[in-house]
Design a protein around this ligand. Structure first.
Ligand SMILES: Cc1ncc(COP(=O)(O)O)c(C=O)c1O
Length: 355
């Protein structure tokens, strides 16, 4: 019998995902059964609170898939994607590393007992107080992409192990990042020279192809770009030992490009540009891949308006007790799966839904 573990969070903690009981479903119940039971329980208390349920087995399954298909690449889970404590605890047990983007995220991960060596501070524009915090807590590895960031790091954390983030082609991704983050290849020599002048240690290169990438070949080009940076560094006397291939993978079963296709392209590019005996450690910063299909938000339809007779295109409008300023705040970038009516609400006449 398949066993699932679900973490449920009630409405009051939706914003920070800060609490959540873990239930092991070893009685044959599915996640959907669990959600329906929760709804019934809330109804019996006359509560219409919305709540989130995480299927922790889905997180574990994605990790297994990662290990099988990308055996050379150690994942550093991108905490910003979803910092639910149960998810972070599961990932710690699975021995992933963690990509943190702020002091608060570093603190959260350190509180779980994660070693500072398993954290990359992967934000290229950090407040100086956050850099000092990282230094005080022995988090050494951090990214940069500008002269200004090098200046701040040399003042606050001169012993840091730096990773130069480069801008790569992200034109086939739903959420593009390279216009804001990453140095162009033309800037690499200057930045590495400045790091050497300031006695800073640059250990590697990172990139992010953009979230929800839809073209696997993008990774081939980005890894080839990273190889160029390693070669430029070598000419300057900087021997790099880390390649960070970022995130960008969807975690949905029905995504446009399957993870298998991405991993085939990545493995081939790594073997070509960074063969196994080259002494370079390969890491990544997947976020959505781990959690995108794990979470279900249960909401109540609290009102409906029949606009079907108001002319062509008219439809039934449903109002739910959560929205763009709450749990659905990421929906602009990542459209949600179509809603599923709960078992307990069967009997309503179904209408077409848009969102
Ligand atoms: C620096 C960095 N790493 C990793 C991620 C996670 O990306 P994804 O969810 O596409 O895997 C992001 C997302 O914004 C990011 O900015």
């Amino acid at each position: 019998m398949e066993k699932h573990a679900a973490s449920a969070m009630n409405g009051s903690s939706l914003q920070d995902f800060s609490s959540g009981d873990i239930h092991v479903l070893d009685d044959g119940r599915s996640i959907n059964d669990f959600i329906d039971d929760q709804i019934k329980m809330l109804q019996s208390e006359d509560s219409e609170e919305q709540f989130l349920v995480a299927d922790l087995q889905s997180v574990i399954d994605h990790h297994q898939q990662w290990l099988t298909l990308l055996p050379r690449v150690k994942p550093f889970y991108a905490v910003k994607c979803n910092n639910t404590p149960a998810v972070l605890r599961v990932l710690r047990v699975l021995s992933t590393g963690f990509d943190c983007a702020s002091k608060a995220e570093i603190q959260m991960v350190l509180n779980l007992g994660v070693s500072p060596d398993d954290i990359i501070f992967a934000h290229t524009t950090k407040p100086m107080s956050h850099i000092r915090f990282a230094a005080a807590h022995r988090v050494q590895t951090m990214t940069f992409d500008s002269e200004e960031e090098l200046r701040k790091i040399s003042l606050c954390h001169p012993k840091a192990r730096l990773v130069l983030r480069i801008a790569v082609d992200d034109s086939d991704s739903l959420r593009r990042l390279s216009s804001k983050f990453g140095a162009g290849l033309g800037l690499v020599e200057k930045l590495l020279g400045l790091a050497v002048d300031r006695d800073l240690t640059v250990i590697g290169v990172s990139f992010h192809v953009g979230s929800s990438c839809t073209a696997s070949q993008t990774f081939h080009r980005a890894i080839a770009d990273a190889r160029q940076v390693f070669d430029i560094a070598s000419v300057l006397g900087v021997q790099m030992s880390l390649l960070d291939i970022g995130g960008g993978f969807s975690g949905r079963d029905k995504c446009q490009v399957k993870f298998e296709e991405f991993s085939d392209v990545i493995n081939a590019a790594l073997d070509k540009f960074f063969p196994p005996d080259c002494g370079v450690q390969i890491i990544a910063e997947p976020g959505r891949f781990y959690v995108e299909s794990a979470f279900t938000l249960a909401v109540n339809v609290i009102a409906k308006k029949n606009c079907e007779e108001s002319g062509p295109g008219g439809q039934m409008v449903y109002y739910i007790n959560d929205g763009l300023h709450g749990s659905l705040r990421c929906i602009v970038n990542d459209p949600a799966q179509p809603p599923r009516p709960a078992a307990s609400s069967q009997g309503e006449r179904p209408h077409r839904h848009d969102h």
